[in-house]
Design a protein around this ligand. Structure first.
Ligand SMILES: NC(=O)C1=CN([C@@H]2O[C@H](COP(=O)(O)OP(=O)(O)OC[C@H]3O[C@@H](n4cnc5c(N)ncnc54)[C@H](OP(=O)(O)O)[C@@H]3O)[C@@H](O)[C@H]2O)C=CC1
Ligand SMILES: O=C1O[C@H](COP(=O)(O)O)[C@@H](O)[C@H](O)[C@H]1O
Length: 487
């Protein structure tokens, strides 16, 4: 396969950690398998324990066997992949970066550093790189979320990394931006006049964004309990999806144009504070229950749990944008752990017809809906009314669905994991799927308002049984506006 990618050194800090093993190494392997890594590209694992290159290669083989589907692993690719693998042992907070510098010197590859470590190490790593002049352009650095715990700490992290790398070298990951279906939002909106001309308060009644998961905290209690669902999912993934749906058409498909438009959306979010949080937000925490047929414990009974915690595992919000296009159009966001199914989707509900000429047979004309299924069963669905064929005197209408499943439409083409797409874009120096510092900070500003309001009003999470769609209050949030969640 012809390969037009740039040759680079992918340096994975924290290569023995969960993210690197579960997501990054499998993604890089898949890129290699797809012929998307240039011949000279190397993958350099960096971690604390000492190991030789060949021991590292053996451990990566085990990792791939664990996290890549068996039919996806082939001997030829693995042999090629193994030749790319090298290892450096390093305590990230030390000043022993010479071994890494030695590994990188003498190669003309662009270094791409992936910091798959706790954010508290970002400053030390960036400083260590700078001391060996390893931070100079064209070097790039990829940062994992969370970028901070609130606005102040995110500013601190951004400022620390910014001391050593320019903004044009920094790639902040939000893995939702690497999902095929999230990218398809751009195609849907800006390649189809049917939608682009009906994408505002004149045509749209409201928008729902749901990211539901069946899993609980998956052994990450200490991280998660400190974060909660608002910080873990809304501050980043849901607000990024909202921004892509709501932004003005960018003039080009490039990083500056797209990030500028997303930023305007984040700036237009109406603040939520103690004056309105009781009518715009719902916090929940799961109690024991059944997800499918599986019995699961309460949040407070999960592995590693403390006896008591007020951390939310569910959030529902009514967000509003104070701008011309979206005046009066609420965006309802909902995300939670231990929901009945894993489902992420965007539902756009259009306005109802102003007058019903079919009233003799159909008392109410249900609104059209555009449903964008982000995962699983990726696809796009349009709900509309059609006439039931027949010679009867009165027209009989039926609610019907135009359903475009990606799996069927694109002939079961393998859908790349988000990390594959994002690593590839970083290798190629394209920042358009990465988050600008200003976006992170504006998202935090809005989220901080909600967190402060919950604290001031002492808003405790409402209980919901695992395997349900959250507390009853989440239903009331929409019912209050005469609407309901799309199920
Ligand atoms: N796991 C996931 O699915 C996701 C993770 N993230 C983020 O990615 C980052 C990494 O997460 P995750 O992989 O889960 O975390 P892990 O704790 O599993 O991995 C972190 C790695 O960093 C290493 N490390 C820590 N301190 C040092 C040090 N001083 N010197 C050398 N190595 C060190 C640890 O090595 P050692 O074992 O030797 O301590 C460990 O292997 C975090 O910021 C997390 O929030 C984001 C989204 C999803
Ligand atoms: O970033 C995170 O995302 C996952 C959900 O990702 P998805 O691609 O499976 O939708 C979430 O489980 C995790 O808590 C969060 O940190």
């Amino acid at each position: 396969m012809e390969n037009r990618q740039q040759s680079c050194d992918l340096i994975l800090f924290g290569v023995k950690g969960d993210l690197a093993r579960r997501k990054l190494l499998p993604a890089i392997y898949q890129l290699d398998k797809a012929g998307l890594l240039a011949a000279g590209t190397r993958v350099i694992g960096v971690a604390r324990e000492s190991a030789s290159d060949s021991e590292f290669c053996a451990s990566v083989e085990q990792t791939l066997k664990q996290f890549v589907a068996v039919e996806e692993i082939d001997k030829t690719t693995f042999e090629r992949f193994c030749k790319r693998l090298q290892y450096v042992s390093l305590d990230f907070s030390s000043d022993q970066y010479q071994a890494l510098a030695d590994k990188l010197s003498g190669f003309d590859n662009t270094p791409v550093y992936y910091l798959a470590t706790p954010p508290s190490l970002y400053a030390a790593i960036c400083k260590g790189l700078e001391q060996r002049a390893l931070n100079l352009e064209p070097a790039r650095v990829i940062l994992e979320k969370p970028i901070g715990h609130d606005l102040a700490s995110s500013k601190e992290i951004n400022q620390q990394v910014g001391q050593y790398f320019k903004e044009s070298q920094i790639y902040r990951i939000d893995h939702y931006l690497g999902k095929e279906t999230v990218l398809n939002l751009l195609a849907l909106r800006f390649a189809n006049s049917l939608f682009s001309s009906n994408w505002d308060h004149n045509a749209i009644d409201h928008i729902q964004i749901t990211a539901a998961e069946q899993v609980g905290v998956e052994g990450r209690w200490s991280y998660y309990d400190d974060a909660g669902q608002l910080r873990d999912m809304v501050q980043n993934h849901l607000l990024q999806v909202l921004a892509l749906i709501a932004m003005e058409p960018p003039s080009r498909l490039d990083a500056d144009s797209i990030r500028e438009e997303k930023l305007k959306v984040l700036k237009a979010l109406r603040p939520i504070d103690e004056s309105n949080s009781h009518i715009t937000t719902v916090r929940g925490q799961y109690s024991a229950g059944f997800v499918g047929s599986k019995q699961v414990p309460a949040y407070l009974g999960e592995e590693g749990a403390q006896a008591d915690s007020d951390t939310e595992t569910f959030v529902a919000l009514k967000a509003q944008l104070d701008n011309w296009r979206w005046s009066g159009v609420p965006f309802y966001l909902r995300t939670g752990k231990r929901m009945p199914e894993k489902r992420s989707e965007v539902v756009i509900t259009f306005k109802e017809q102003p007058h019903n000429i079919f009233h003799e047979t159909t008392s109410k004309l249900p609104a059209n809906k555009l449903i964008i299924r982000l995962q699983p069963d990726e696809g796009v669905e349009v709900q509309m009314l059609n006439k039931i064929p027949g010679l009867g005197k009165n027209m009989q209408l039926k609610a019907t669905t135009l359903d475009l499943s990606f799996d069927e439409t694109f002939e079961k083409k393998r859908i790349a994991d988000a990390y594959e797409r994002l690593l590839l874009e970083a290798i190629n120096g394209n920042q358009y799927l990465f988050v600008h510092r200003d976006e992170v900070e504006h998202a935090w500003r809005w989220v901080d308002g909600i967190l402060d309001a919950w604290q001031t009003t002492e808003e405790k999470p409402k209980s919901y049984q695992a395997g349900t769609w959250g507390p009853v209050a989440a239903i009331s949030l929409l019912a209050h506006d005469g609407r309901q969640w799309d199920e």
